[in-house]
Structures are given as structure tokens and as C-alpha cells.
Design a protein around this ligand. Sequence first.
Ligand SMILES: C[S@@+](CC[C@H](N)C(=O)[O-])C[C@H]1O[C@@H](n2cnc3c(N)ncnc32)[C@H](O)[C@@H]1O
Length: 477
Amino acid sequence: MNFYFEAAKVLDQLDAKKGSIKGIIGTLPEKDRKRTAALVIETLKFKPALSTIIKEAQLMKEERKKITSLNLALALVHDLLLAKGIQAGDGPIKQAVLRHKTRLSAELTKLKIKKGAKSTVDLAQAEDARVAQIPRYVRVNTALWSTDDAVSWYSSHGYTLSAPLLSERGFDKDEHIPDLLRFHPRVTFHEDECYKRGKIILQDKASCFPAVVLNPPVSEHAVVIDATAAPGNKTSHLSALMQGKGKLFAFERDRKRYQTLTRMLSKAGCKNVTPLNIDFLTIDPESEPYSAATHILLDPSCSGSGIVNRLDYLLDTEENDLQGEDDRLSKLAAFQLMMINHAMKFPRVQCIVYSTCSIHATENEHVVREALSGNPHFGMAPPEGVLSSWTRRGIPEECACPEHAQSMLRCMPGEDFTNGFFVSCFAKAAEPTAIEEPATTATASKRPREDDDGDAATKEAPKPSKKSKKKRKKKHQ
Ligand SMILES: C[S@@+](CC[C@H](N)C(=O)[O-])C[C@H]1O[C@@H](n2cnc3c(N)ncnc32)[C@H](O)[C@@H]1O
């Protein structure tokens, strides 16, 4: 019976919005995880149908003393009616459910007739249609091999270069992100040899934007920070873009997630990364070696409202407490702002990319607005250097100056073949005298990469767009 109590506990936590399905299941003891996860997911799939059946059969009313929660009843009735029966010895709880077996079965039949369901499977909740539109993105880990090698490999292993959404065996190169391949959404890679060896990283397209926009220096002198690193997809991406040169400090405050990060970085063969199980906010920006950082990636915890996946559509969103949601977003936004403010204190920092997988302006444009207003020595980077080929930019009406939106990227699930995402890029303003000078660097479309050992801090960073500096100057007068 413990197995059912465990599943009920997970369902309780999901009801209390204590995390995503994947996240909460990940905290279960490993030995029971697979079995409990399967029961939780199946129960959620049929939750509306099972709830109706339990209510109509008056199970909770009549067995209130034995079956103490609806979630326990859902898990038990799932197995009784939709699986191979209740997997437990003959205890009082099992007996309590079995006493109602005939009534419960009759309610199941009634519901199928009412819903016009040909089989029980038709009573399951429909999947989020947006998931089926997102290709399976595969980032080639260029620390270990090249994209040409990867294309040859998959071409000789049953795949053909063609539009991936047309055929399960098709794949192609993404048009916006270098070294990113797209496969059919139903292709899985967990047993793939290249995946197991770290040669490919399974990373949504939108989540590849931040490292590309930060465009870290390629130099033995480079010092870059990933302030919120685990599980490490963006860290390994940055490391690959830096061609393993210079130093990349990857902070992660959570102990368990830090362990995942270190495993990931070693599998991906990242040579220039120092993972640190330290809260980024506790780092003194003036302290060595961090004070030398010129580029910082900030991808802090967020509401995750942009993520569409194969499971979370199962969670009941209708009962969302809007007031509670607003409070949660405000708290997250305050934390996100604190992280940006801290990043802006690093004395040599030139470029900060702030990203979230949220679609809410509260965590995105509004946080950027606040950061700019509290840090007049920073502006928005010129839009030309912020993945100019991507047309969906920030929301102008949510920004302090509408043109700031041009230095931000947004992705909309269901429209852009990605999860929902937000990226913004701050650049440190030049010394005051430079503001009035004709800007030569401000409109550079792409900062050059350097392969020599030059001083990355002075050569690589974008200057804020002139327009945005002038506007802000006015605003702060
Ligand atoms: C959205 S996740 C980062 C995902 C990561 N960038 C990737 O692409 O794989 C945010 C991470 O930041 C960590 N975090 C939150 N606050 C932090 C802080 N003050 N210092 C360091 N890490 C922090 C969280 O524990 C979490 O692992």
C-alpha cells in the first residue's frame, strides 16, 4: 500500500503547485521512481474521468475513514479499473475500494457512453498540441566533434537531410543557431551512442539563444561567468563557443543540481569550466579571479511559464489562484533583479545576457526596465548583435523605451517551434565623453571573435546602442 501513499503524496504536491511533474518525481527514491512515476502520470491522464467516477460512486463519502484523500482514491481506482488491479496485500484500504468495485465499474461504463468513448483510452486528457510542433533539437557539442561530422554520422545511421517535420527519418540544420540540428519531434535520443558520449546535447532551440547572444570571447585571457549554471546546457554551450579557451566560472547554489552540473560538464568534455557550488550573490565582484569577468550569463530560476512539455499539460490550470500567481511572479522578479544588479557590479563586465523561460513581462521586460533604471552605467546592446535574424523581439509597450525591445528576443510556444523564452542583452556604457562621439562600435552587427591572446575585455564587448543611451540619459536628468 506504501506505493499508493507515495503516488498520492506526489499528487498532493502537484496540487499544491510545489513543482513540475518531472521535478517532483525526480525527488523520489530511485528504487521506486519508475513505478511511482508511471502511476502518477497515468492517474493524471485520467484524472477528470476518475474524479467523476469516484464522485458518482460516492466512494469518498462512504469510505471516508479508510480512504483519507481524493488523490489516494484516484491512484487506487486507476489501478482497479484501468490497470491490472490494486497491487497491494489484502489490507483494509484495499477492501474498502473493492467493496465498491461493481458501482465504480458501472460509473466507468456510464461515463464512456456519455462521452461517446469507444474505449477507455478515449477518456484520457488530450495532449498539448504545441508539443507535437516542436522539433527534437540536437546541439552538436563542438568541443568533441564538428557539425559536418555529426551530419555525416546521422546520414549514415538511417536519417536523411530533409525537413524533419515531414518524416520521422528526416533532419536538417537550424537556420538561426549554428551547430543545431532538428529532428522529428517523436525521435528520441536517450539510447543514442552520441548522446551517451556527450557529443550531442538535447537542448531546445530557444535555450541556445543566450550563449549565442553573449558571444563570449575566444581567448586564453577570457574570463566569463555563468551565474546560474545547472544543469549546464548553456555552460557547455558557452564553453564550446569559447573553443575551450580562457576561464568560464559556473556558479550553482543548489548542492544536488551542482552534482548534475559537474557530471554534465565532464561528459561534454568542457575544458575551461570551473564549476562552483556557491551562491552567485555571495561573490564579492571585486574579488579575484571573478573581478576580471567581462561577460556574464544570467539564466536564473523563473516561473517556467514558457515550457510546454509532454507532461505538464496534465496539471490542472483552471484552479490557478491568480492572486497567488501574481505574488509568485513579483517575488521571482525581485530575485531576478537582484541577480542582475549584482552582475552589474563586476568592475570589468561589458556584456550581460539575462534570460528566462517565462512568457510573463513581469519577469522579462519589467525586470530589464528596473535594472536599467537602477544602473545608469548600463544600456541595451545594439540590436544588430542580438541575433538579428530572429524577428520576434521584446514587447515595446512593456519597456521603458520602445526601442529597447529590439535588443530583446522572445519565443512563443505554438508559434515559433520552440518553448516560450526571453533573452535580453545589456552592455556597459562607454565613459561619458564617448556618448557624444560618433559611435563606430555601437552599430557593429557582430563582435569579432579573436583567436589570438589579446585582451578580451577591451576587444570583445558590445557598446550600448547610442539611441538607447541618449533616451536614458534624458530620463535620468
Ligand atoms: C533556470 S536554471 C539554469 C539553467 C541552466 N542555465 C541551463 O541552461 O542548463 C536556474 C539555476 O540557477 C540556480 N540558482 C538560483 N539562484 C542562484 C544563485 N543565487 N546562485 C547560483 N545559482 C543559483 C538554481 O538552483 C538553478 O539550478
